[in-house]
Design a protein around this ligand. Structure first.
Ligand SMILES: *Cc1c(COP(=O)(O)O)cnc(C)c1O
Length: 407
């Protein structure tokens, strides 16, 4: 088998720009460089037309109206506007925000900031399968609750929350529902109205578009949602987000969304096939490995696997020609075990010994075959060198061992 290395299996961290997206963007750096807010000449009109087209492409993919699409610098900013902007705007209604322990840091850290500012914040635990318990969500809502923020697909495990049900609960209690759908776009069919979503975050660089551009969907009727601005200025984007529009980036975001819609029916089963091949290969070739997260309610492109007795970092260092990750890109610089797996009740050991494989548009079957062989070989070799593996093979119950250092 010949495969070209390095192999990229870290698409949940970022994706390359699709050449078709880049081609659509190019003229907007040079000949069509106008400011989309310039209303007095053709340079401005051309840029505005391009932005309008992108709004249509994005709205079509998620079942929104064009005026409900707000451009931002990325999903981090979209999450910030959704949480800070909404909580500030609805202060007369209440001060309670509900989110969950496995959200992206862009939501969790913003929630913690709001808590410091005096808002009431409930952080729901998740079940072992990574999903929130909707009965618990229902019971957590009070008269003061303004907003529920729960993601569609988790970036580390791919686990999908029961979004339709969450939307119904939000509607029943007349509270707003923000959904970070950054990882789900292009892999899960999204209809914001049918799902009962009032605000939704997306990012360009997770869907083969450029970095530095994102979208916040904001519902315009039944109910009309408002959010105080986080960035003040010229009143662009209907006052939700000031600042000169990143026209090339926005054109790229639009083109990326159109491609996601066009290729959905072919791409989703293809990714599922490759993901299943990877999981079956690894779980069939090694003992004591666990696929984390709900068996079916999971992204077709993401596989998070724990390997007993070895560290994820160790596996990665021993197969450097395969780009995967342990934890999320933002926290993998530290050696702390994944907080997401921890919240799902995985032990520190199994959280440390986990790898995330995230497949993408150009992942091939040969790459998956190669990866399966390398993972099995690497884990076997590392286990042979592991004193823990040796002890457990001799029948020592590691959970009962008292260690004399706090590693
Ligand atoms: C990547 C990611 C973000 C952050 O997106 P940026 O556009 O990089 O700011 C937010 N939420 C989730 C779930 C993500 O995967």
């Amino acid at each position: 088998m010949t495969v070209k290395t390095p192999i990229y299996l870290d698409h949940n961290a970022t994706t390359s720009v699709d050449p078709r997206v880049l081609e659509a963007m190019m003229p907007y750096f040079t000949t069509r460089f106008g400011n989309a807010a310039s209303r007095s000449h053709s340079f401005g009109w051309e840029a505005m037309d391009a932005v309008d087209r992108a709004r249509e492409q994005i709205a079509r993919l998620i079942g929104a109206e064009v005026k409900e699409i707000i451009f931002t610098s990325g999903a981090t900013e979209s999450d910030n506007i959704a949480l800070k902007g909404v909580m500030e705007n609805y202060q007369s209604k209440g001060n309670h925000l509900i989110t969950a322990a496995t959200e992206h840091k862009a939501v969790l850290d913003t929630a913690k900031y709001l808590e410091k500012k005096g808002y009431a914040v409930s952080i729901l635990p998740v079940q072992e399968d990574g999903r929130v318990d909707t009965d618990l969500l229902d019971a957590t809502i009070t008269k003061n609750t303004v907003l529920i923020s729960l993601m569609l697909a988790n970036n580390e495990t791919g686990v999908l929350h029961p979004v339709h049900e969450i939307g119904k609960i939000a509607e029943k209690h007349d509270v707003l529902f923000h959904c970070d759908a950054t990882q789900a776009v292009g892999k899960v069919r999204i209809d914001v109205k049918e799902m009962g979503i009032h605000l939704m975050s997306m990012s360009g660089h997770k869907i083969y578009g450029p970095k530095g551009v994102g979208v916040l969907y904001v519902r315009s009727k039944s109910p009309k949602v408002n959010a105080a601005p986080v960035i003040h200025g010229g009143g662009h984007e209907r006052g939700f987000r000031s600042g000169t529009l990143n026209v090339p980036g926005i054109v790229g975001m639009g083109a990326a969304c159109e491609l996601c819609g066009k290729e959905f029916d072919e791409e989703v089963p293809r990714l599922r096939g490759l993901r299943d091949k990877l999981e079956n290969g690894i779980t069939g070739g090694l003992e004591h490995v666990y696929v984390n997260g709900h068996p079916t309610e999971r992204l077709v492109s993401t596989s998070n696997i724990s390997f007993e007795w070895v560290e994820g970092e160790g596996i990665m260092l021993s197969m450097k020609e395969i780009a995967v990750s342990s934890g999320s890109a933002c926290t993998s610089a530290s050696l702390e075990p994944s907080f997401v797996l921890h919240a799902m009740g995985r032990s520190d050991e199994l959280s440390h010994g986990s790898l995330r494989f995230s497949l993408g548009r150009w992942t091939t079957e040969d790459e998956i075959d190669y990866t399966v062989i390398r993972v099995i070989e690497t884990v076997n070799r590392l286990r042979e060198m592991s004193p823990l593996y040796e002890m457990s093979r001799k029948g020592v119950d590691l959970s009962k061992v008292e260690w004399n250092d706090e590693h």
